[in-house]
Design a protein around this ligand. Sequence first.
Ligand code: PLP
Length: 477
Amino acid sequence: MDSKEFRTRGKEMVDYIADYLDTIKFRRVTPEVTPGYLQKLLPDEAPSKGEDFSDIMKDVDAAIMKGVTHWQHPNFHAYFPAGNSFPSILGDMLSDAIGCVGFSWAASPACTELETVVLDWVGKMIGLPKKFLHDGGIGGGVIQGSASECVLINLLAARHQVVRQMKKRFQFIEEGLILSKLVAYSSKLAHSCVEKAGMIGFVKMRQLDVDEEFSLRGYTLECAIEEDRRMGLIPFFVCATLGTTACCSFDNILEIGQVCNKENVWLHIDAAYAGNALICPEFQYLIKGIENANSFNFNPNKWMLVNFDCSLMWVRDKESLTSAVTVDPLYLKHKHDDYAIDFRHWGIPLSRRFRSLKLWFVLRTYGKEGLQNYIRQHVRLAKVFKSYVDNDSRFETMGPTKMGLVCFRLKGPNALTQKLLRMINESGKLHMVPALLNEYYIIRFAVCAENAVDEDIKYAWDIVSEMADELMEMRQS
Ligand code: PLP
């Protein structure tokens, strides 16, 4: 394809995207396909000769779209939002066109520098202490591909730090022996990526009980650390969550931070979804005590209108991170590397896309106020949905409903709610996913669409309520 054809096809694609998003509400939210559907529709082998672009687009409609779950649909209420917006799409388009691989400052200076600028902008927007910023201390922020990577890389950094400290104290101690005694902590409601980070990092991961608000408290952590030290283990890492996946509950950062500080344990805060809401001052109380954290992450690709992937991570002391993963071959060195930032030392992959462009586009197009309005609208709509649930005596809500998520269930045995959710999802009119809270099966209703309005919430509730009527009738007959 030459640039002449690209101009034509590119314009067609922009129209295709705009039409898709403008008319998305007329589609089923979830596709009606079974595993292997696409193999039956596509040839067994790649074409030997290039094909006409129009033929490819015909297959997008005939084969690909048939199996797409429409995450941007106004009736998609599963998981958490998948960030998306026109400025973000345009930012990614430009990033793809520039096509640089920004592993070091020299590999594309603007790529590294824009990342540091926007990470400081966002850090200030969410109220991070100055020491977490590039412009202000020994810390700084970086874009990672996912919250899972953020948790893992900080666990590895914490592991490196504690091994270094132990080896300083006991010069001849075997690293393997230290590793066998390391223990990390999270609440039982932490995302599964925390458990996975423990598996990859080859350390014990203790999942601690939460209180009646589904929050991990300092006292619980303190008791666990004390118990483990008595058994000769070495506590080294805590992952606290702001906005748990199951019910969007909040661990008590202030209490946990004080314990971590006293016990010399690395505190990472995973705020993948809810961290976005910190751009609204009314939610900043949730990070009270953040100064005791070593690292923090949240995903604008969940709830700040930025397309996947864009997970932001800050550390209080960058050396504690980079020293854990720095490998420095000659071919990656450059003449400014003694003082410029090389983000290849801040994470697992070497190659990095120009992801800050889409974030920068979004921040500039909406401004802080536009993004605050978007978050507040979702928070308000969740409360509207909760009021519908609260006014129907067949249902009950569980969890805090502080952000854009409502957890609810039919009173009675779990099987009832399970059946209700199956009926709703099979209808293709609405999509939600379940979770378990204290052994109760609950349905998670997440406000997801960028332009969600009251009518969408009313529509969703009407479907839930009608299906519940149907279920009750089925049970009686
Ligand atoms: N942490 C929390 C609290 C989450 O809710 C999620 C996903 O929803 C994750 C981590 C994992 O995010 P990612 O897909 O970016 O790894």
